[in-house]
Design a protein around this ligand. Structure first.
Ligand SMILES: Cc1cc2nc3c(=O)[nH]c(=O)nc-3n(C[C@H](O)[C@H](O)[C@H](O)COP(=O)(O)O)c2cc1C
Length: 257
């Protein structure tokens, strides 16, 4: 397939304009319709994902596709653990000790994720959290309602499919780069077909649950989950996260600052 069709100058402006609009209209979906998505469709998305660039064409990642009973079993175990973990987090010292003795649903993988954001990034994370919760009517300080919203992560927002992405440990952060490019292709391909997606860092804290269902090779580590399905026409799906302006991330040469 030739790239030149997309590179003709007389069409370039129209294509670029449409493409920018296409990109801008993608947003995370947090409420899915139960409509199943055929396995072949997921495979087509993965085929598109595999056209992304990759370091030495190594494609150092693997994908587990959880649907049906497998997805339900993972979800039930996640929900059970989240229920314990949220009681533990919100409890006083007595409850914490009691829960620790009984099993508190603490992370079994990627424990460092629980650390607070560094001051530079914290305001951005706080802003999206505040704006999303305001959008869906969760009051500031209402931990119960916040935890209930977070728990929806562990139902995969009712998506008919949850993908779990693993990267090869040997390539360190560079494998995450390849997986990120692959995932963005997959997400945009889904968007082009009217499907919605939500990346889910929330699932990386209990890798043992996924490995209980899939034979993931031990030299792969979990990177993220991705919920996929048809978005419902609901309020939460209309939330528009704030976008940074380019100058907020561009580092100018010292000679220009
Ligand atoms: C690596 C990664 C992990 C994420 N994890 C979660 C998650 O666990 N739960 C969730 O609701 N959203 C999650 N998101 C979605 C982000 O919150 C969302 O992309 C961001 O707020 C921008 O909004 P948008 O995707 O609608 O543009 C994640 C995004 C990325 C890139």
């Amino acid at each position: 397939m030739s790239a030149s069709k997309w590179q003709k100058h007389d069409r370039a402006e129209t294509i670029a304009g449409d493409f920018s609009e296409f990109l801008a209209t993608r947003r995370s979906t947090r409420d899915f319709a139960p409509t199943p998505i055929p396995h072949e469709l997921i495979e087509s998305l993965i085929a598109d994902a595999l056209t992304a660039p990759s370091w030495s064409n190594t494609r150092p990642f693997k994908i587990c596709i959880a649907t049906g009973d497998v997805k339900e079993r993972i979800s039930s175990e996640f929900l059970a653990r989240w229920s314990k973990l949220s009681t533990f987090r919100n409890g006083n010292l007595f409850i914490k000790v009691k829960k620790l003795l009984k099993g508190a649903g603490l992370p079994t993988s990627n424990r460092l994720l629980a650390r607070a954001y560094v001051p530079e990034l914290k305001p951005r994370a706080e802003r999206v959290g505040r704006e999303l919760y305001e959008w869906i009517g969760v009051q500031r300080g209402d931990r119960k309602a916040r935890d209930a919203q977070w728990a929806k992560n562990y139902e995969f927002f009712n998506a008919p499919a949850e993908l779990i992405i693993y990267i090869h440990k040997s390539l360190h952060i560079f494998a995450a780069n390849d997986a990120g490019l692959m995932l963005q292709n997959l997400i945009l391909s889904a968007h082009a077909r009217g499907l919605g997606t939500c990346l889910q860092g929330a699932v990386v804290i209990w890798d043992d649950v996924i490995r209980g269902e899939f034979d993931v090779p031990k030299d792969y580590r979990i990177l993220t989950g991705l919920a996929i399905g048809y978005p419902k026409d609901s309020h939460v799906n209309k939330f528009g996260a704030h976008r940074l302006a380019p100058e907020e991330i561009i580092i100018k040469p010292r000679s220009e600052s």
